[in-house]
Design a protein around this ligand. Sequence first.
Ligand code: ADP
Length: 484
Amino acid sequence: MTERHLNYIAGEWQPAFGGTTFEDRNPADERDLIGLFPDSDAADVTAAISGVSAAWPAWAAQSPEVRADVLFRAADIMARRADEIATELTREEGKTLTEARNEARRIAANFRLYAGEALRLNGETYPSDSAQLVLSLRQPVGVVAVITPWNFPLSMAARKLGPALAAGNGVVFKPSEITPLMGQRLVEVLLEAGLPPKLVALVQGKGAKVGQAITASAGVDALTFTGSYAVGKQIAASLSTDTRVQLEMGGKNATVVLVDAGIDKAVATIERGAFGLTGQACTGTSRVLVARPLYAELVARLEKSASAIKVGPGMAEGVQMGPLATRVQYDKVLAYVGIAREEGGRVVGGDALREADSNLAHGYFVRPAVVSDLPETSRLWREEIFGPVVAVRPIDSLDEAIKLADDTEYGLAVSLVTGDLPSVLRFARETQHGIVKVNSPTTGVSLNAPFGGLKHSSNQAAKEQGGANVMDFYSRIKSIYLGA
Ligand code: ADP
């Protein structure tokens, strides 16, 4: 019996007003229907916004301890349910069970971090003459819309919902249509933790309809989005000028291997950054720039290790790489492998395992690909693929490494493999990337550090996730002049 899931609007679980639904299927086996979810439209969004607008002032008026307590309890529930939710995450998104557990188990720590922030929403006092006291007061923004992608459906959402709620806001949450169940699970956990029922609304939907209704609404005070540059740009263009917006978008991330780097360390760093999560991380490594003397050996070693990766359903024992999350992703990755070949590149891997292996015939399985000897004009140097495809190119100097690493419209994450401190310092200062990793993969971030990119990767509204300014986006500062 197919499970029919619901929206959560104004404190009630309910179908979309229009009555339509969309399917959620397992990318490792598309015959496996996970459930039907409401395919909402503008009417559902309007109801969601009006419910949350009515609810947030009472939440904002609560003492910060009350808000922190809800998030602490949500952390405990998440910790208890992490492995069970991780299994559903693998079924819904495709990542391996190990990757899913890593994501799900971390949510508790995220919620605890933001619970602490609820208690630290400090203002400041400013030097002034003795006739008055000048101070700043932080207040919630109001209704925060949260629009998230599918690749980290729990953590991307938790790191937006957590600070939004900690600061006293209400949230209208639109998860990706690829991972609606994970969005629902997060909302269930928050409600079980005692979040006031109308403070959060969950609006599921396929395509752009729900997002567009959110951006067109005058009732949204702030919108935080993670997804593609194309959609981020549309959101920015359609919002009214007094809506705050935070956009975290794509990346075309490079790992730079300098001549002193040990090959083993370089291979391990690249393999993890490029092929972890089936290459579907916005911080994933898709370009490698390697000192020319190491080029041939590094390419050979990467080809060997990529070929040895066990690809299969994320649930299966010993599998190191799950399927791509959608048919669209699968077709896109294979198209780029085809482009690399047409351009004259050497491609090892990139096979469509769906066609090649009858055990994998119903999922979006692709063998990881290592591409070398590409022309400088190759599209693989510039376009975001979002899959397990890595292109390798030789470099002759640190200057060239910096220039080529930055030769992209994006500027999210870059990594450098070397023990040479002067090169590290220069690279870290000069590169146009928001995250610089040294001797570690482009992927993987600390939950308490600022997260965000430069150029097309981010709109430069306060950085997401952690750091001293994490709450700036979710709160407004009022300057108060107290006269005697
Ligand atoms: P991804 O495919 O990586 O999830 P997208 O940018 O396509 O990235 O989608 C990210 C989120 O934005 C999803 O929840 C999606 O439903 C939503 N979305 C898609 N189109 C629009 C739009 N025009 N306005 C607002 N949100 C949108």
